[in-house]
Design a protein around this ligand. Structure first.
Ligand code: NI
Length: 167
């Protein structure tokens, strides 16, 4: 396991469509382990493969309830709305206000390539949307109400205490 370099906004790789993962391989297992290590090292709550330079449809998320590994994730249902601060490990020190669905159901394969359906609310729903956007070459900056700003101490202490971390 290893910490991988995180690609920063402006890097062309973050604008590309990622390819589906047809089967699990040792190489992909190592990538997933490295993605988890990298996400925890950088204190993010989510990380998508293109953020470490790999154009594969793989996402890892941990909103404080343990790691979720998603291969080929797809959003199959959304409802409600939440508006709050969002950040990204590929744009360190910045955040912006983004409106997302408050309830999101996803379908994906786990690390054993078993089919899984999972529902998330609040921060987890936000993380599902943010990370799956990465797989389609999209970043949250383009979805903000009024652009991004520097993360300040106030942001970390305000109404969205769980959302200070990068996705
Ligand atoms: Ni991100």
């Amino acid at each position: 396991m290893a910490i991988r370099e995180i690609r920063i906004a402006g890097d062309e790789i973050l604008t590309k469509q990622c390819k589906a993962v047809p089967k699990m391989t040792l190489r992909t297992q190592i990538l997933i382990g490295d993605m988890l290590d990298t996400m925890y090292e950088k204190m993010g709550v989510g990380l998508a493969a293109p953020q470490v330079g790999i154009l594969k449809r793989i996402v890892v998320i941990d909103v404080g309830e343990g790691p979720i590994i998603m291969i080929n994730p797809e959003i199959i249902e959304t409802s409600g709305e939440q508006t709050g601060e969002e950040g990204c490990l590929s744009l360190p020190g910045k955040c912006g206000i983004v409106t997302r669905p408050d309830h999101v159901k996803v379908h994906f394969q786990n690390e054993k390539m078993e089919e899984v359906e999972m529902e998330g609310e609040g921060l987890l729903a936000r993380a599902f949307c943010h990370e799956i956007d990465h797989l389609n070459g999209e970043m949250y900056m383009d979805k903000t109400e009024d652009g991004v700003h520097d993360v300040t101490y106030d942001d970390l202490e305000d109404d969205y205490p769980d959302e200070e971390d990068g996705l």
